[in-house]
Design a protein around this ligand. Structure first.
Ligand code: SF4
Length: 279
């Protein structure tokens, strides 16, 4: 049977916060029984946009990650709740029943992703419900998807087997797979948020003038094993991406025309721009 999934492409998010705003517009002051009671005006971010800056100085980038309920297939919040107060619909959507869940504050801390909020006035835990009330009324996508002008968010109503094919074909990942919660929210180009890079700019001197070393060959090694190699662009820049943070010691080997081979050691903690490297 078909179920709902969400794909978030980190490379397309521009931090416009339309998803956040459309969520506020939909839920603040509005009850949708039996799925949710109104979201408070302040304090709740059922859809949140997180920021990650990588690098520094001459080479840095910034990525944005939309964070919301993952509608986990193996959801800790469902296990935590009493009286079936949190349940999964046949279409994959996880709902916190606002009546049954009244007073059950532990539901908030049971979510390892931190996407459940406590409504003090109504004494109930709340989160993004995938706009189940709209989908039930025939909408083809939730409002966050509809409002995303860059196309960073995509909702898919497909069989699980079809979704797994898409996961493989598009290289999708889930947030914190080690939690084993089997999320129905997937991230594309996630490396922009959860991996790091080693970058630099290679230059040389001739007749007392500095110039960019376009076409220099740069190899990245770890424990004498070749990890990757590339060629500098016309600014002499190189960038090895998708590396794990705190992944230890690397060696860079730089070859350019008839200059002597240059080697550099890098102890990688987080993204690093090595600056100008003169041959
Ligand atoms: Fe429950 Fe949190 Fe998973 Fe949503 S993300 S289903 S609130 S455990």
């Amino acid at each position: 049977m078909k179920k709902w999934n969400l794909i978030i492409d980190i490379s397309k998010c521009s931090d416009c916060n339309n998803c956040f705003l459309s969520n506020k517009d939909e839920y603040v002051d509005n009850d949708y029984p039996p799925y949710s009671v109104a979201q408070p005006k302040h304090g709740h971010r059922w859809i949140n946009v997180m920021r990650k800056e990588r690098g520094h100085g001459g080479l840095m980038d910034v990525a944005y990650m939309t964070l919301l309920c993952m509608h986990c297939d193996d959801a800790p919040c469902i296990k935590e709740a009493n009286n079936g107060a949190v349940y999964k619909r046949r279409d994959g959507i996880v709902i916190i029943d606002p009546i049954k869940a009244r007073g059950q504050k532990d539901i908030v801390s049971s979510c390892p992703y931190g996407v459940v909020y406590w409504n003090e006035e109504k004494q109930v835990a709340q989160k993004w419900i995938f706009d189940a009330h709209l989908l039930d009324a025939g909408w083809e996508e939730p409002r966050c998807v509809q409002s995303c002008y860059t196309g960073a968010l995509r909702s898919l109503y497909v069989e699980d087997s079809e979704m797994q094919k898409i996961v493989k074909a598009e290289g999708l990942e889930v947030f914190h797979p080690e939690y084993n919660t089997r999320p129905r929210v997937y991230y594309k180009n996630f490396y922009l948020f959860n991996k790091c890079f080693i970058a630099g700019s290679i230059a040389y001197q001739h007749d007392g003038i500095a110039d960019c070393a376009e076409g220099a060959k740069v190899a990245l090694l770890q424990d004498s094993r070749l990890i990757d190699e590339l060629v500098t662009d016309n600014f002499g820049d190189f960038k090895f991406d998708r590396l794990d943070e705190n992944s230890g010691k690397y060696v860079l080997e730089i070859l350019y025309k008839d200059y002597d081979k240059r080697t550099m050691d890098v102890d990688l903690k987080t993204s690093v721009y090595l600056g100008d490297i003169y041959l």
